[in-house]
Ligand binder design. Structure first.
Ligand SMILES: [Zn+2]
Length: 212
């Protein structure tokens, strides 16, 4: 399947254009997330993708990208081999998981020349952990675009299983994305009996003891 190119990225390769969105200076963690979302949106615009499900061919048919599916001890891997990027996906995992892994690995490919600006060891997160988190976020932004998900959700397509099938993602990934987009309410992290008691049943004051 071939996708019509929009004018946004023509004149240079898609990889080079998406990499050029990264400023040449050290970025904060929140900036790396914003850049990841910008790269995902630019790739969607490039192929004029505006509806679900996002076709994985927008990555797998790029020049210098080859995708193979075979048994692996992990979900996916990417490495440069003989003039192209080889992305290997674990054939034993569900299709929705392989789609997510493809996009996650593609973000690592994108970051190959810019990771020095993007990720740094920090007190509570290594550069490796940060790169993994951002690759997941990029995959979520690409496979579950904000505009598409919000439109479907507002059209009352709020059955998680059906919506996940439409987007070809796992229900768990969709729940996480809905939470990111503020479309669902996060479950409370813990039960707070003291506050609840104060709100629902005010305790009588202890009698003031009179002293002689
Ligand atoms: Zn990874």
């Amino acid at each position: 399947m071939h996708y019509q190119l929009s004018n946004r990225l023509t004149g240079r390769s898609v990889l080079a254009s998406l990499r050029a969105l990264v400023p040449k200076r050290p970025l904060t963690p929140s900036e790396t997330l914003r850049i990841a979302e910008l790269q995902a949106n630019r790739l969607l615009e490039h192929f004029a993708v505006t509806s679900a499900a996002v076709p994985e061919e927008i990555i797998s048919e790029l020049p210098r990208i080859r995708v193979i599916h075979e048994p692996l001890p992990v979900s996916g891997a990417a490495h440069w081999a003989n003039g192209y990027w080889l992305i290997t996906l674990n054939a034993d995992e569900p299709t929705s998981r392989q789609r997510f892994s493809l996009v996650h690995e593609f973000k690592h490919v994108l970051d190959h020349t810019t990771e020095g600006h993007l990720y740094h060891d920090r007190p509570f997160q290594t550069a490796y952990e940060q790169a993994e988190r951002v690759a997941d976020y990029f995959a979520a932004c690409l496979l579950m675009p904000k505009r598409v998900v919000k439109r479907l959700w507002c059209q009352r397509q709020q059955n998680i299983i059906e919506l996940a099938e439409k987007l070809q993602v796992s229900p768990a990934a969709l729940r996480y994305r809905l939470d990111q987009l503020g479309l669902t309410e996060r479950a409370p992290r813990c039960y707070r009996p003291i506050e609840t008691a104060r709100r629902t049943a005010p305790q009588p004051r202890a009698p003031i003891l009179e002293t002689a």
